[in-house]
Write a protein that binds this ligand. Structure first.
Ligand SMILES: O=C(CO)[C@H](O)[C@H](O)COP(=O)(O)O
Length: 158
């Protein structure tokens, strides 16, 4: 499977966790752009900046970090084409791709250990939309996403 380009960013509360996940992914040869390479910025700006890049390149993956994962997610999800899931477990990290086709994942540095965060991003990156969820058919999942896109298109009038 081709390795996706990963955009990362963190506020002060998520910075250490971001660095540790970044190290983990670099060791796996992922191409990473860290918009907070030179230091943390506010959570709203993290979500906005990572979200803006993902909005223009929905084929990339965004990993955003704050204290809880909530603030960066809310901000990122204001952008068109951005589907950012707040994740607190390996299961939600996997399912946010399989069920919701999320192109962004956020998590909280106050809540998640580095070991678990690495497992979460691995599970996310290994998952494929609509594959491996026995509770719904691939067609059902595609239908759900189509409905979400219709809401988005109505709001963005495009
Ligand atoms: O979890 C967060 C947002 O969801 C923030 O990391 C937390 O609220 C701290 O923010 P600040 O540094 O602005 O006080």
């Amino acid at each position: 499977m081709e390795k996706k380009i990963i955009i990362m960013g963190a506020d002060p509360s998520g910075y250490e966790l971001k660095n540790s996940v970044k190290e983990h992914l670099l060791a796996k040869n992922y191409t990473i752009k860290d918009i907070t390479e030179s230091g943390p910025i506010g959570y709203c700006d993290v979500g906005d900046k990572v979200g803006e890049i993902i909005s223009e390149h929905p084929e990339y993956v965004g990993f955003a970090f704050c204290g809880t994962g909530m603030g960066v997610s809310i901000s990122a999800n204001k952008h068109k084409n951005v589907y950012c899931g707040v994740c607190e477990s390996v299961t939600t990290a996997r399912f946010c791709k399989i069920i919701n086709n999320c192109n962004m994942l956020s998590m909280g540095g106050l809540l998640i250990t580095p070991f678990k965060a690495n497992m979460m991003v691995d599970a996310y990156l290994e998952a494929t939309f609509s594959q491996g969820f026995t509770e719904a058919t691939p067609d059902d999942l595609k239908c759900g996403l189509k409905s979400m896109k219709a809401v988005e298109n109505r709001i963005y009038k495009s």
